[in-house]
Write a protein of this length. Structure first.
Length: 484
C-alpha cells in the first residue's frame, strides 16, 4: 500500500487515497470542535510585519482546511467568509483580472463522459481553426478589449499536435489590431511530455492549466474509459513534468460534481501542498468549475452535484488555505453566483466568453461546437461596468509575466503582500486603456471616477504620480502598455 508523501513524484503517494479518506473522517469528527476551529482560523489570519510594509499568511494544511469545510456552525461559517475576504484584500486588493477562453479545436480522441468533445459524440460539429481563422478570432477579442487569453484544444495527436498549438500561440502574439494586442497566452491542453512543456515555455506561454477533473482514481478511470487521458498517474503527475520543463506558473482545478466535494477538496489541497513541497512554488491559479449542461451532457446524470452554498464555502476555504493563489471562475456560472464568489476569494473571471470553436466570429461557424453552456452571457463592457459598480478594479494587466515576476519570484512578492505595489497601479493603467479604446460612454464615466479614487489610495507618492502621468498619456495619445 502506498504511503502519503507530499514530496514524492508518484501520484499514488502525493494524492494518497487513504490519506484523503482519513482527512475526511478527521474533518467530520472535528467539525464542531470549537477550540480546534478557532485555532485553525487564528493560524490563517493575515499578520502584518512590525513596520507595516508586509503581510504574511501561513495558509493551512489539507487537514485543517477540510475541518473548516466540514464545519456547519453558522457563526463560524460567517467568520470564514469574512476571513476569506480579508485575505483576498490583503493579497489581491480589489483587482479582478479579466481573460477570455479561445477554443482552437474540439477534435478529441478521449472518451470523457462529462465532456461533449468525447470521441463518440457524432452530433457535435468538429472544427479545427486555421491560422487565418485564429487571426480573425483574435481580432474580435482585441476589439472587445481583451489582453489575456486561455487557449483550449481537445487531445488529438493527429489534428491537434503540439506543433499546431505552438504555431497558434505565435499567431496570437503576432496580431496587433488598432490599439489591441494579446499580452499573455495561457494554455489549457492535455497532459504531455517534458519536451513539449519546454516547447510551450519557449513559445512564451503564461500559465499552464490542467484540470484534474477528479482526484478519486476509481472514479477517474470510470469517467475516462478510453483514450490517453485514461492514464490517471500520467495526468496527475503532469504539473511536475511541466515544472521540470521550465514552466514557472501552473494552474490546478477540479470539475466539481464528478465526485464527492470533500474528497475533491482534500485532493486539491494536497496537490497544492505537493507543488510547494517539491518545487517551492504552489499553484499560480486554482479554478473552480462545476459540471454544466452541454450538448449531450446532462449534469443531473452525475450524483455529486454541488449546491451554491457549498460551492461558495469551497471558494472561501481555498482562499483561506492557499492565500497566494489566483482563483478563477468562468462564465459557466451565473452573474449572481459570480458576484458572491468575488466576495469570497475569486480574483480572475472571464467575460463575454464563447465556448465553441470559432465562437467569436459566430456568423462564420455553426453553434453546435460548445464545450459547455454559458450562464453569464453579458458583453465584456457590461461585465467591466458591473465590476466597477461593485467596487472592483477590472484589470487587464499582464506585467508580471513580461517583467519576469513568475514562479518563485511572483510567489515571494505575493506571499508578503508586496505584489500590490505593482499590481494596483498596473490595473489602473490597463483599465484606462480599456476605457479609452473600447468602453461605452456609461462605462467610461464610471471607470474614470473609479480610477481617480483609486489613484489616491496608492501609498507611495512617486508611484502615484508616475501612474497618474501614464494614465494621462494613455488618454491623450496612442501610447499603451505602461507597466511597473
Amino acid at each position: 500500500m502506498a504511503i502519503y508523501n507530499p514530496k514524492s513524484l508518484k501520484a499514488e503517494e502525493f494524492i494518497n487515497h487513504e490519506e484523503i479518506l482519513d482527512t475526511i473522517r478527521y474533518a467530520e469528527e472535528n467539525k464542531h470542535n470549537l477550540t480546534l476551529i478557532d485555532e485553525i482560523l487564528a493560524k490563517a489570519r493575515p499578520v502584518k510585519s512590525a513596520d507595516g510594509t508586509q503581510t504574511h499568511c501561513a495558509g493551512l494544511s489539507h487537514r485543517e482546511a477540510s475541518v473548516l469545510l466540514a464545519c456547519d456552525i453558522p457563526e463560524k461559517v460567517a467568520e470564514m467568509y469574512e476571513l476569506a475576504e480579508e485575505i483576498k484584500q490583503a493579497f489581491y486588493g480589489n483587482r479582478i483580472v479579466m481573460f477570455a477562453p479561445l477554443y482552437l479545436s474540439n477534435y478529441c480522441v478521449n472518451g470523457c463522459v462529462y465532456c461533449p468533445y468525447h470521441m463518440k459524440n457524432k452530433h457535435i460539429a468538429r472544427i479545427k481553426l486555421t491560422q487565418e481563422e485564429i487571426r480573425r478570432e483574435v481580432v474580435a477579442l482585441q476589439d472587445m478589449g481583451h489582453k489575456r487569453l486561455a487557449i483550449e484544444a481537445g487531445e488529438d495527436p493527429v489534428n491537434n499536435p503540439i506543433e499546431y498549438i505552438l504555431e497558434s500561440i505565435k499567431t496570437i502574439y503576432s496580431i496587433h489590431h488598432k490599439n489591441g494586442d494579446i499580452r499573455r497566452v495561457n494554455v489549457n491542453i492535455a497532459a504531455t511530455t517534458v519536451e513539449n512543456y519546454r516547447k510551450l515555455k519557449e513559445a512564451g506561454i503564461g500559465t499552464y492549466i490542467l484540470f484534474q477533473e477528479t482526484y478519486n482514481k476509481k472514479s477517474y478511470l470510470e469517467l475516462h474509459p478510453t483514450g490517453p487521458k485514461h492514464d490517471y498517474d500520467y495526468h496527475t503527475e503532469a504539473m511536475d513534468r511541466a515544472m521540470e520543463g521550465g514552466i514557472d506558473d501552473v494552474g490546478l482545478g477540479v470539475l466539481f460534481g464528478l465526485e464527492g466535494y470533500q474528497y475533491e477538496f482534500a485532493g486539491l489541497m494536497m496537490h497544492a501542498e505537493h507543488l510547494e513541497a517539491v518545487h517551492g512554488v504552489g499553484p499560480h491559479t486554482i479554478s473552480v468549475p462545476r459540471v454544466k449542461h452541454a450538448d449531450d451532457i446532462d449534469p443531473d446524470a452525475f450524483d455529486n452535484s454541488l449546491a451554491d452554498d457549498i460551492f461558495e464555502k469551497i471558494a472561501a476555504c481555498i482562499r483561506i488555505a492557499v492565500p497566494y493563489t489566483g482563483m478563477i471562475i468562468s462564465t459557466r456560472e451565473s452573474q449572481e453566483v459570480r458576484e458572491k464568489m468575488l466576495q469570497l476569494g475569486v480574483s480572475q473571471i472571464s467575460g463575454a466568453s464563447r465556448t465553441s470553436v470559432g465562437g467569436y466570429c459566430e456568423e462564420e461557424r455553426p453553434h453546435d461546437s460548445e464545450q459547455f453552456d454559458v450562464s453569464d452571457q453579458r458583453s465584456l463592457d457590461e461585465v467591466v461596468d458591473w465590476l466597477m459598480q461593485l467596487g472592483f478594479i477590472p484589470s487587464f494587466c499582464t506585467a508580471c509575466y513580461r517583467e519576469g515576476r513568475t514562479g518563485d519570484r511572483f510567489m515571494s512578492l505575493c506571499k508578503n503582500g508586496q505584489i500590490l505595489n505593482c499590481c494596483h497601479p498596473n490595473a489602473l493603467m490597463t483599465l484606462t486603456e480599456y476605457l479609452v479604446d473600447y468602453a461605452s460612454e456609461e462605462t467610461k464615466k464610471h471607470g474614470f471616477e473609479l480610477i481617480e479614487k483609486e489613484l489616491n489610495k496608492i501609498p507611495k507618492e512617486k508611484v502615484r504620480e508616475i501612474a497618474r502621468k501614464n494614465i494621462e498619456d494613455i488618454k491623450a495619445s496612442n501610447r499603451r502598455d505602461f507597466r511597473f
